[in-house]
Design a protein around this ligand. Structure first.
Ligand code: SF4
Length: 293
């Protein structure tokens, strides 16, 4: 629970604040950039919310924080919406995509995504266990499959798989992080989970990193920590600094995604982004040029 006595000096004056327990995971400012922003090695309240809509967003950022480093008054906390997460991001012909919130410290606040689709709902990476979130997911049809994009973002996978009796996919090269996972992707060839849902191995960030592709045209790409969007520079980032296994392999994995038709990039860490038709390839070419400079 955030403590007023540990309120960071950078916070804008007002009822919302970030305290010294912030781990700088980025969850709050990725979800609610209107009110939260990075500041040195922590985040802070950039601007206090005004009006009901903004208050709802800030309260959901508070709920999503993996270490409860965001505080406010008890009266405002009592107004936290019970149905805020999962939050709808986009509707694709192959399925509706939601952000799950409830980030876990064990995955350093990584984002997890719910795909609600006729062939069965899929959870891409996992939030911390939350009974209210589980109830909402049940109301949306439950979970058919759980996909773990890589070893860092497995969080409470056992709890979620047990609650929904659904199989877990992970690449065999990262499977020691989730040894109970029922399904293992082998090698480097894409694997079709269904006609409109593929797992694509993208080794580099870790040996077993994979991305999930929903749809074919104007597809939604769930990229784990392989790629994310930098809004300040307007580029797709592949990060050598955060590459834990093999950087040249990671760049080869980026190349293998050039021919996709991606409309949305939804990462584990960093910002999401929507692309205009044709913009994906140009953006990845820029990523590769920047990385090789
Ligand atoms: S979500 Fe919490 S831990 Fe993460 S950056 Fe924001 S305040 Fe810090």
């Amino acid at each position: 629970m955030a403590r007023p006595a540990q309120r960071l000096a950078a916070n804008a004056p007002g009822p919302f604040y970030v305290d010294a327990s912030c781990i700088d995971c980025g969850t709050c400012w990725q979800f609610d950039p209107q009110h939260f922003a990075p500041h040195g090695e922590a985040s802070h309240v950039l601007r206090q919310p005004q009006g009901d809509g903004e208050l709802r967003q800030a309260l959901l950022a508070l709920q999503a924080c993996p270490v409860a480093a965001i505080g406010t008054t008890a009266a405002l906390r009592a107004r936290t919406p019970a149905d805020g997460f999962p939050a709808l991001i986009t509707r694709h012909p192959a399925g509706d995509v939601y952000y799950c919130g409830w980030a876990s410290r064990r995955s350093f606040g990584a984002s997890s995504w719910l795909i609600v689709r006729p062939g069965g709902n899929v959870l891409v990476d996992v939030p911390r266990w939350s009974a209210p979130l589980a109830r909402r997911i049940r109301a949306l049809g439950g979970l058919h499959t759980l996909v773990l994009t890589h070893r860092d973002d497995v969080a409470d996978h056992d709890r979620w798989a047990r609650a929904f009796h659904c199989p877990r996919w992970i690449h065999s090269a990262d499977a020691d992080a989730a040894p109970a996972a029922e399904r293992r992707l082998e090698g480097r060839e894409p694997w079709a989970l269904d006609a409109d849902l593929q797992l694509i191995p993208t080794p580099g960030h870790t040996a077993g990193s994979l991305v999930v592709l929903l749809g074919e045209r104007n597809a939604v790409l769930f990229s784990g920590d392989h790629l994310w969007w930098n809004p300040a520079q307007q580029v797709v980032v592949a990060s050598e600094r955060y590459c834990w296994w093999n950087w040249p392999e990671q760049l080869r994995s980026v190349e293998r995604l050039l021919d996709l038709d991606v409309g949305w990039l939804l990462p584990g860490h960093g910002h999401s982004h929507g692309f205009a038709p044709g913009a994906w390839r140009l953006a990845l070419e820029q990523t590769l040029a920047d990385a090789r400079r």
